[in-house]
Ligand binder design. Structure first.
Ligand SMILES: *[C@@H]1O[C@H](CO)[C@@H](O)[C@H](O)[C@H]1NC(C)=O
Ligand SMILES: *[C@@H]1O[C@H](CO)[C@@H](O)[C@H](O)[C@H]1NC(C)=O
Ligand SMILES: *[C@@H]1O[C@H](CO)[C@@H](O)[C@H](O)[C@H]1NC(C)=O
Ligand SMILES: *[C@@H]1O[C@H](CO)[C@@H](O)[C@H](O)[C@H]1NC(C)=O
Length: 241
């Protein structure tokens, strides 16, 4: 073999082996707890374009900790691990290509415990790549209510509480009156994480002087879960003085 031939072969091997690329992770970003039978995250790559010797697909989930939850080596059975053990549909086929068939993570009946950042790592003997996708699995509030108390005769303390929510919600209090725009109030908020249910109880309060209010004031408590379209509002009418 002459030198040119060797160089050509070397560069063609390098050309196919280098830069293995995952094109994207395909799957939903927001899911309601208990609403879907199967959540599929497909780690898409085009195996035909690369030297796939030594191919391994691994999925990690990071929420409170980082877990290796799935791994697959072509021509062996895929494995589910740690917090997804027994939860993955191991027969799910993302593709019919032997180097792609079990690259997807198919989670059965996902719950809030499976919310987090999913990372797919694909490695071969020559190179590797990874991609991450955030999946929020949320639980709507089971309850929300607004109440008030009178810390002094001239003031009012508005308290809004919500329970059974995941992940941690954002609570805002607004006040409005006929012919007046809603005004966002300065609030103090606190959330507690309930370890048993994995959800949050959240409370927010605001204090205002009666003399700063109209005769009939509506206090609006607005709850939202960041990263989702989920909104919930509860109102209360207050008559100062
Ligand atoms: C989430 O859904 C599961 C399955 O439907 C249910 O058992 C669980 O109570 C739900 N959790 C919350 C916080 O709603
Ligand atoms: C695999 O091949 C079967 C039979 O040709 C086809 O029905 C199926 O849709 C293919 N699956 C995928 C994921 O492409
Ligand atoms: C959370 O909120 C629920 C409903 O209001 C209540 O029953 C429960 O006691 C609260 N838990 C804690 C720890 O505050
Ligand atoms: C939370 O609950 C889990 C089991 O439900 C338990 O293993 C863990 O120790 C608890 N953590 C705390 C801080 O109580």
């Amino acid at each position: 073999m002459d030198l040119l031939m060797i160089l050509l072969m070397a560069s063609s091997v390098a050309g196919t082996a280098s830069g293995f690329k995952i094109s994207r992770i395909v799957g939903p970003s927001v899911v309601v707890n208990g609403s879907v039978p199967l959540l599929v995250l497909d780690c898409q790559y085009d195996a035909a374009r690369y030297d796939t010797r030594g191919l391994t697909v691994k999925w990690y989930l990071k929420n409170r900790m980082r877990y290796l939850v799935y791994q697959w080596i072509p021509n062996t059975a895929p494995q589910d691990l740690s917090i997804l053990k027994g939860r993955v549909d191991l027969s799910y086929r993302a593709s019919n290509h032997s180097q792609e068939v079990h690259r997807a993570l198919a989670i059965q009946r996902p719950t809030i415990a499976h919310s987090g950042d999913y990372t797919c790592v694909v490695s071969t003997f020559h190179s590797d790549d990874l991609k991450t996708k955030r999946v929020i699995i949320y639980s709507p509030a089971s309850d929300i209510y607004v109440t008030y108390s009178k810390p002094t005769v001239e003031s009012v303390k508005v308290v809004c509480s919500a329970s059974g929510v995941f992940p941690e919600p954002k609570l805002d209090v607004f006040r409005s009156a006929v012919n007046f725009k809603s005004v966002k109030m300065n609030t103090v908020s606190k959330s507690i994480f309930l370890n048993d249910s994995g959800t949050y109880n959240a409370t927010v309060f605001a204090i205002v002087r009666d003399s700063d209010l109209q005769d009939e004031t509506v206090f609006e408590c607005r709850l939202s879960i960041p990263g989702t379209d989920y909104r919930l509002q509860e109102n209360m009418i207050y008559y100062p003085g």
